[in-house]
Structures are given as C-alpha cells and as structure tokens.
Write a protein that binds this ligand. Structure first.
Ligand code: MN
Length: 336
C-alpha cells in the first residue's frame, strides 16, 4: 500500500473527523484511536464520532472518552465542520448508521481505510486491502510509513483491533505480517494477556446462562455441514442478557465436526432478526449476506431481516443450503 497520498492529505489539511461502523468492534475503535494518534503526531485537530456506543467489554478502549456517540456525547450541530472525514473499517453507507447522512451533507474530503469486501461508491480517497486481517493492520502500516510510533495505550488498542479481528491470530486471514505488527505493538507496550482478559474474561452470569440455553438446542442440517442456533426475545429477557451476549455463539456452531457453515439468528427488541453468518473456505458468506442487503467478509458476515423469527430463519437456512449445494430435507418451517 502506498501511504504517501494519505500523508500529503494530512499535511495539507488541519481538521479531521474520524468515524466507523455502527456497533463498533475493537477493530473499529482501535483503528479510530490509532488514526487519531497519527493525526495528533502531525499536530492536527481530531474528533471521533460514531453512530453507536462501544459494547461494554470494550469500554477499556474508551476510558478517556475520546470516542463520542452522536446524539449522546455530541449533538449533530456540534459536530465540527472539518476539512477531511476519515472512515475506518467499513466502506458501506448503511454501516455508518446516522453518521451517513451527516457525512453526505458536508463538503469535507473523504478518506476510507478498510479491509471489507463489500463497498459503496463513497467519493473518497480509498486505502483498501481486503487481504489485510484488520483495519488496525493498515493503520499500523500507515503510521510506520510516516515514522509515527504509538504510546502504550494506543499500542494496546491497536493490538485489540488486530487480535479480535483475527480470532486471536487463528483465522485464515492471519499472516506473518499480522504477527510482525503484533510483535511491534508489544514492543510499544501492548500486553496481550491483559487485553484478552479485558475483552473475553469479563462475562456476566447472564451471558453464560444464555450460552447454555441457546447452544443446548443447536440444529444440524445437511449431514452436519450446516449448524445453527437462535436466541429469541424470551431467551434474552429470561436470562437478563442483551443481544451482544450472543456474539461468540455462532463461532461455537462452526466448531462442530464436519461443519462448513453456521449462523445465529437473534431476535432484537425492534422485532428485526439479526443474523451472524460464518463459513469455511471455499464458501462465501459475504456473497450470501448481500442477498439480504447485508455484508462483511467471505468467512464472516451479517445481515438483518424483518421478523418474525421463524420465517426469517427459514429464509436464511435455505440460502445456506443453496450455498452448500445441499437439498432441504426439513419441513418448510423449522421446529423451534
Ligand atoms: Mn475489521
């Protein structure tokens, strides 16, 4: 990646707004904070605003309150008019939530730094590498090319970005380059065991109880090649858990022997059904998600369907069976 155009753009402008996708994950937040550190090193004015707040297990990434939530920590009218808006970890308008029309309404230049497959025309200068394991990797390389080093806080945040997007360095996207960057972040002060503990070892009892309930009724189809689960509104309310408590369950479904694809359906309070989709190569759930106006990566993507739950699940499992080239041997409505 040639980062010189980004460096020039930074040097030629003074004020910057950084944003990322709704329901920001560690890669979104870490990339925003890493980008902020780069801009600060050049003495620029920087504001980070997202459409939604970080999840509770990532509050450690925003202890300083550097990441603002639109309409909560900052009103739309107070979002500064900037020279350049930098969008990280997404290239899709829909993924920006309420930030999308704010961005479209101003004449600021746009930069996109991302590693996702799906892309909208955003009239931006793009720094995009779909082979990169995390946007955090790209931010690190941008910094390195500009001679910017990170303090230990930022090193920890970028480590969290890369570690979580690679499933702690085990997804196929993990390369020697990923490991080299992680090593350099450790040299700058990142503490891996600390970050793992903060991200994954702070479970509420509600989350564990929900996991047991949901995984206890896993469905297996196409001779075990497709495995899926659901969490309905009752599961969430009776265990006092929240939709984000279901996050890792789809990955558990993919660990069943012979599993090539997996999904979870989560019934949201709005009545919409949020799907997380996973597969193993050579399948492609990014393409599958596009059928439902969703998106993401080849091996991990998502989509939101209108409720009710059962017909939405049925549509999704049919799409998966088609992707797998398997016939549908179940009745048209799954037995929940
Ligand atoms: Mn990412």
């Amino acid at each position: 990646m040639d980062w010189n155009p980004l460096k020039t753009l930074i040097e030629e402008h003074q004020s910057f707004l950084i944003t990322s996708h709704v329901r920001p994950d560690a890669d979104a937040l870490g990339s925003e904070l890493g980008m902020r550190a780069i801009l600060m090193a050049f003495g620029k004015q920087v504001t980070i605003v997202n459409a939604s707040a970080p999840p509770s297990n990532l509050h450690f990434m925003n202890a300083d309150g550097l990441v603002l939530k639109l309409n909560e920590n900052i009103t739309r009218a107070n979002v500064p008019k900037v020279d350049v808006i930098i969008i990280v970890d997404t290239s899709a308008w829909q993924q920006l939530g309420t930030m999308a029309d704010l961005i479209q309404a101003v004449p600021s230049k746009r930069v996109v730094i991302d590693h996702h497959v799906s892309a909208d025309q955003m009239d931006s200068v793009e720094f995009k590498d779909i082979d990169s394991a995390a946007t955090g990797e790209l931010i690190f390389e941008a910094a390195e090319s500009m001679g910017v080093t990170f303090d230990s806080d930022t090193a920890n945040w970028l480590y969290a970005a890369i570690a979580t997007d690679t499933g702690w360095f085990r997804f196929p996207s993990t390369t020697a380059r990923t490991m080299r960057i992680a090593a350099k972040l450790i040299d700058m002060g990142a503490v891996p065991h600390n970050i793992y503990n903060l991200v994954h070892e702070q479970s509420s009892l509600a989350r564990i109880r929900l996991s047991g309930r949901v995984l206890g009724r896993i469905q297996s189809e196409a001779e075990g090649r497709l495995n899926w689960v659901y969490a309905d509104a009752k599961d969430l309310s009776e265990t006092a858990s929240v939709p984000s408590d279901t996050e890792s369950l789809v990955n558990v479904c993919l660990t069943v022997v012979g599993s090539e694809a997996a999904f979870i359906a989560v019934e949201l309070q709005t009545g919409q059904i949020k799907f997380s989709l996973r597969c193993r190569p050579p399948h492609n759930v990014a393409k599958l998600a596009e059928q439902f106006n969703g998106g993401g990566h080849r091996l991990a993507s998502g989509a939101t369907l209108p409720g009710p739950l059962i017909p939405a699940i049925d549509q999704m499992r049919k799409a998966f069976l088609e992707m797998l080239g398997a016939s549908d041997s179940k009745p048209s409505e799954p037995q929940l």
